[in-house]
Design a protein around this ligand. Sequence first.
Ligand SMILES: Cc1cc2nc3c(=O)[nH]c(=O)nc-3n(C[C@H](O)[C@H](O)[C@H](O)COP(=O)(O)O)c2cc1C
Length: 187
Amino acid sequence: MKILLVDGTIIGRKTGAVLEQVKTYIEEFRPEMELEILHLSDYEHQFVDGRPSSEYNEDMQEMVRRFNNADGYIIASPIFQGSIPGVLKNAFDMLHPRTMRYKPVSIVANGGTYQHHLVIENQLKPILDYFRCLVTPNYVYTHTSHFDDSNSITNEDVHDRLRELARVFVEYADMSQHLSKETIDEH
Ligand SMILES: Cc1cc2nc3c(=O)[nH]c(=O)nc-3n(C[C@H](O)[C@H](O)[C@H](O)COP(=O)(O)O)c2cc1C
């Protein structure tokens, strides 16, 4: 299975650092899983404005192809202004609604305010529900204080939660393989 780990920001390092750590833990549980990281910061973004997809630049089209070709996702997001970054929402807007349907997804997020883990509950999960993803019940929210100066995660509880997230994610990935993709309705 091919899993796309999406670093959903073009600013900051901690979100990517959490993603790298999740990747390590998934590799420990399931070495045969194909894991690749997509850094939104590597792409030249264009606002989604309803034009035909062929009229977007090659980066936007490549980003969509990578989402389409994946069998599951880890979505990593910082919290910006009490929400997810615009660039991540724009990337979601670029996808066909069926792109992530019935595929396993886990969320990791980082913010400077503890209470803003609720952004995941109230904003990111509803988007993934719209896409009809198999969102794991586990997600991990990290706070600036969980990192050292070089952005390594120093908090052991966070490591435990990331390990548990990886364990549950691979179980959801297995489950998703038994879901028929042929019975998709259009509504
Ligand atoms: C424009 C901007 C807005 C932010 N707004 C919030 C916010 O509303 N809540 C919060 O918890 N953190 C907020 N932060 C902190 C970021 O979530 C934090 O910088 C991010 O998780 C990544 O950390 P890093 O920049 O040290 O890599 C904001 C950061 C920026 C740059």
